[in-house]
Design a protein around this ligand. Structure first.
Ligand SMILES: [Ca+2]
Ligand SMILES: [Ca+2]
Ligand SMILES: [Ca+2]
Ligand SMILES: [Ca+2]
Length: 440
């Protein structure tokens, strides 16, 4: 994610002086833990400078999930291999991944049976592609880094077989030109870029999920320019924007697609300014879940995965401000907070220890660390001290119990932000202070 105008003002005026010392975190501070993951604890790992995003996949084909972290501050990725019991350990020296790696996705790009990596190089319009030799050793693909033509630059990746030809494709947003750009995979690797005008400024992280129900992944677009969420879907051999549009009350920054209420229809999670909204898929399109949007101060990024083991994807939201990840879990979409680390923005949910409950992985850019929050039984057990309810009266996404004060504060904050946005309207993203851009 690049410059975040609203967040800048939000953070400047309301920055919390939360400094979550890694040493103070339960079970923290180890780059090679000696035993199985503690139930309901946090383990942290040294990674590169300013880690930004995390991906999880079995990279060395040993049946254990491995973790890769994009380090935006030093142009590398860190691979941590699963070694059993949910533990991970640095697998190799840092791997060069181009300028300012801001996002990383894992998929088998060349269809040789192993999982390869794609990296978004922020402050450029390029994507670095690293091919796996099957043993989690990576070398740049022929032609890498690939030019996307995105303007001013790329932030995140959305990957999937968007055109349905069996080869993984990569999508990025081009904010200045109001386009989604798809780098299409083929037997020859990534080739020409397909450009899809989307009629709004897309910014800053696209999603990938089949929300149109046609069996093909769609590109989900945060319409930052007009407070919308749109989808780009396959049409013939090309792409077209879906006919529906979701209108959000806040400015969207990121979109994630997943079935978060267990009805086997894809839903849409939108990270908005200081809020998250959930849109439930139904026969007639998407409708806001009761209680949505939910105020989440400093909301920056989201990820989904099953944390509580009920078979339904839960949602995690990381804030730019503070040290807690917000968890929206279960069919009831109950809200809880999980302490992670300062500014836990790069998120993933994955079951590292095989207990069918996903761990929360978060990058901690100010501490050059990755934290893994084990979720064993802890979603429902405050006594374990990791997950705790957001307030004495849990704020239930589908019902009552949410503090009206919270929403009043949210509305007030939104009004302020709208004023700020109006003042700044027309400001070019690329023209704003670089230091801010680099912070995000
Ligand atoms: Ca592995
Ligand atoms: Ca491969
Ligand atoms: Ca494809
Ligand atoms: Ca659903």
């Amino acid at each position: 994610m690049a410059l975040d105008v609203n967040h800048f003002f939000t953070f400047s005026t309301r920055r919390l002086s939360v400094v979550a010392s890694v040493a103070a975190l339960a079970g923290a501070s180890c780059s090679g833990p000696a035993s199985a993951l503690p139930a309901g604890g946090i383990v942290s790992y040294d990674v590169g400078l300013r880690p930004r995003e995390v991906a999880v996949a079995d990279l060395d084909a040993d049946g254990r999930l491995d973790v890769v972290v994009a380090n935006s501050g030093d142009g590398t990725i860190t691979v941590l291999a699963g070694i059993g019991g949910g533990q991970i350990r640095r697998a190799s020296a840092a791997i060069a991944a181009g300028r300012e790696p801001a996002d990383v996705d894992a998929a088998d790009i060349d269809k040789d049976g192993d999982v390869d990596l794609m990296v978004a190089n922020h402050e450029t319009s390029r994507i670095t592609v690293l091919l796996n030799n099957g043993k989690a050793r990576f070398t740049p693909a022929t032609g890498s880094p690939f030019e996307t033509g995105a303007r001013p630059h790329v932030h995140g990746l959305a990957t999937g077989d968007f055109d349905g030809d069996g080869w993984i494709d990569v999508s990025v947003e081009s904010a200045d030109t109001k386009e989604v750009r798809v780098l299409r995979g083929s037997q020859q690797g990534f080739g020409a870029v397909t450009v899809i005008p989307v009629g709004t400024m897309p910014y800053s992280r696209l999603g990938s999920a089949d929300v149109t129900g046609d069996g093909h992944a769609d590109v989900l677009v945060p319409g930052h320019g007009d407070n919308t969420v749109r989808a780009v879907q396959r049409q013939g051999t090309g792409f077209a924007p879906a006919t529906w549009t979701i209108r959000t009350s806040g400015q969207p920054w990121m979109v994630v697609g997943d079935d978060v209420n267990g009805d086997e229809r894809a839903d849409i999670v939108v990270v908005e300014t200081d809020a998250v909204s959930i849109w439930l898929g139904g026969l007639d399109g998407f409708s806001a879940a009761p209680g949505s949007p939910l105020a989440v101060a400093g909301a920056t990024e989201a990820a989904t995965g099953d944390i509580d083991g009920d078979g339904i994807a839960d949602t995690v939201i990381g804030p730019w401000d503070g040290d807690e990840v917000t968890v929206i879990a279960g069919k009831t979409l109950a809200v809880r907070r999980v302490r992670a680390c300062e500014r836990p923005v790069g998120l993933s949910v994955a079951d590292l220890d095989g207990d069918r409950r996903g761990e929360i992985l978060a990058t901690c850019p100010t501490q050059n660390r990755l934290v893994v929050v084990t979720s064993s039984q802890s979603v429902d057990r405050e006594s374990r001290g990791v997950l705790r309810t957001a307030a004495r009266t849990p704020c239930n996404f589908l019902g009552s119990g949410c503090s009206s004060l919270l929403f009043q504060l949210h509305s007030f904050a939104e009004s302020l932000l709208q004023i700020v946005s109006a003042i700044l309207d027309g400001a070019e993203v690329s023209s704003l202070p670089r230091s801010l851009d680099q912070n995000i």
